[in-house]
Design a binder for this molecule. Structure first.
Ligand code: ZN
Length: 94
């Protein structure tokens, strides 16, 4: 089971709506050796972590990332969503 607090969904929805209204794409915010990734975002990570405060601190907040970076973090392609499906149960007659 996965869960996301709706305040995070609202936070992301506001950002997406503002970008859509301005006609601007939202770029992946993952930092690479060449700077910020910037590719089109496709996924929201509600509890992403990143270096914070210039020291050894770790900041945690939602992040939007591209497919390539999510795959890199997961180590495999993400599962297709949304997950509306029915899983076949055991045969009651067996
Ligand atoms: Zn990226």
């Amino acid at each position: 089971m996965q869960y996301v607090e709706l305040s995070i969904v609202r936070y992301a929805a506001k950002i997406l709506a503002a970008a859509d209204e301005a006609g601007l794409p939202i770029g992946c915010e993952v930092e690479t050796a060449d700077g910020v990734c910037g590719r089109q975002v496709h996924y929201l990570i509600p509890n992403a972590t990143r270096p914070g405060g210039g020291g050894a601190d770790i900041e945690q907040r939602p992040a939007m990332v591209c497919l390539e970076h999510l795959e890199e973090m997961l180590g495999h392609p993400p599962e297709r969503q949304p997950l509306f499906r029915r899983l076949q149960g055991p045969d009651p007659g067996a």
